[in-house]
Ligand binder design. Structure first.
Ligand code: NDP
Length: 379
């Protein structure tokens, strides 16, 4: 009886303290937009000395949020959650209730003792959340401080929320997968020919700007209504992919050092159209899908076979296929920060939705044909 009285007292205390609660868009099972529910839930807590608690002010919506809502990557992500014993995922390793949302701007409201002076309480910040962790489509989120930086002063909180997930995807695709990290001198980078397929979307607009900041020659494709925007972002050649002579123009601009595929066109099409290239980097690998559909062993066998299919017959072909992924990297974060602060990288925000209307934002992202980013305003 005394224990019950104690629990009752605790629950009264809990109800009376709104500080312990937050608003979050959660799903309790995979499915469509109806699964998204706005709930008042317990606020996440700092469990590691290097973590910070952020009051989220804005966050972007990415195709991965819509895909995860439908169950994409569940098998691999649950393995990662179990392996890392991720904070805020319940101890059985099961992901529900699950919050999506991978990048944010916000304010530091609490921090672990290992964070030091790098971030102070009240600092305006921007950052990303690793893919296996609970996301930031909620009023608060806990993340490791290495994934958080002071927000650049030349960005509003809305603009800051639009850059990092797509930016770190473009950065890791080009810097690591594309090998630009070891082609360090400006001379070796200058005038390398880079083709960005799908330059008008979230990742494409940032990939173009990163490549220009690294002194590359950038050719990109998009629909006619986006041509001027991409020219303004610095693309050297913009080809309207809906025009009859687009394939000929793309062919004639080659050969390319790298083709970065931001629109899931696929290497088969590029080969069929005769585009010459050293590396073809796609953001739409079959890796997670194979694991979802065929389990761990079957999925891994398919992954090896899919990867080898385009990478083994090098003698006659000489080109390679690479699969790129969003990487939460402090090196990438710092580089993007520097480019934003010196004006080499600017945000492209398509539309802002209030937090209460988040399902409309997911719907807009799933309709496609975006020009830049969709952002959720949580202030
Ligand atoms: P967006 O939807 O913002 O952009 C895609 C863009 O491609 C749209 O602007 C679309 O405009 C354009 N497009 C579509 N078809 C073509 C075509 N044939 N030629 C040229 N442009 C075309 O998506 P994101 O930029 O956020 O992401 C790009 C892709 O990368 C997505 O498929 C996403 O799932 C994937 N991704 C993967 C990540 C990973 O970790 N592996 C991380 C982030 C993204 P329009 O149709 O009007 O021409």
């Amino acid at each position: 009886a005394s224990q019950l009285r104690y629990l009752a007292r605790l629950s009264v205390k809990y109800k009376e303290n709104p500080e312990d609660k937050m608003q979050a868009w959660q799903i309790h099972s995979y499915g469509n937009l109806d699964e998204l529910k706005l709930s008042t839930v317990r606020m996440p807590v700092i469990t590691k000395p290097t973590e910070v608690l952020i009051k989220v002010e804005a966050s972007s919506v990415n195709p991965i949020d819509v895909a995860m809502m439908k169950g994409y990557g569940a098998m691999a992500l649950n393995l990662m959650r179990k392996a890392k014993n991720v904070n805020n995922i319940n101890s059985s390793g099961i992901e529900f209730p699950l919050i999506m949302g991978r990048d944010f701007s916000g304010v530091v409201i609490s921090k672990g003792h290992g964070v030091g002076d790098r971030l102070k309480l009240g600092d305006k910040v921007w950052g990303v959340v690793s893919i296996e962790q609970q996301g930031c489509h909620s009023s608060h989120v806990v993340v490791d401080n290495s994934m958080v930086n002071p927000r650049p002063e030349n960005l509003s909180y809305i603009e800051a929320a639009s850059i990092l997930y797509a930016g770190l995807t473009a950065w890791s695709a080009l810097w690591w997968c594309g090998g630009l990290s070891y082609k360090t001198s400006i001379a070796t980078r200058m005038n390398r020919r880079m083709l960005v397929l799908g330059g008008s979307g979230g990742v494409g607009t940032l990939a173009i700007q990163l490549l220009k900041a690294w002194n590359m020659h950038v050719i990109t494709t998009c629909s006619s209504d986006a041509v001027n925007v991409l020219k303004k972002l610095g693309a050297d050649v913009v080809i309207d992919y809906k025009q009859d002579d687009a394939d000929r123009k793309i062919f004639e601009e080659g050969p390319y050092d790298i083709i970065l595929d931001c629109c899931n066109q696929g290497i088969e099409q590029a080969k069929a159209k005769g585009y010459q290239h050293e590396s073809y980097i796609t953001l739409n690998s079959p890796l997670l899908k194979n694991l979802d559909e065929h389990g761990l062993i079957g999925g891994m066998i398919r992954n090896i076979s899919d990867f080898c299919k385009h990478n083994l017959p090098k003698a006659e072909n000489k080109s390679t296929l690479k699969w790129a992924f969003f990487t939460p990297s402090s090196e990438g974060l710092n580089m993007i920060q520097e480019f934003v602060e010196n004006g080499k990288l600017v945000p492209v925000v398509k539309k802002v939705y209030p937090f209460q209307e988040l399902p409309k934002a997911y719907e807009r992202v799933s309709l496609g044909h975006l020009r830049g980013k969709i952002v959720i305003d949580m202030k």
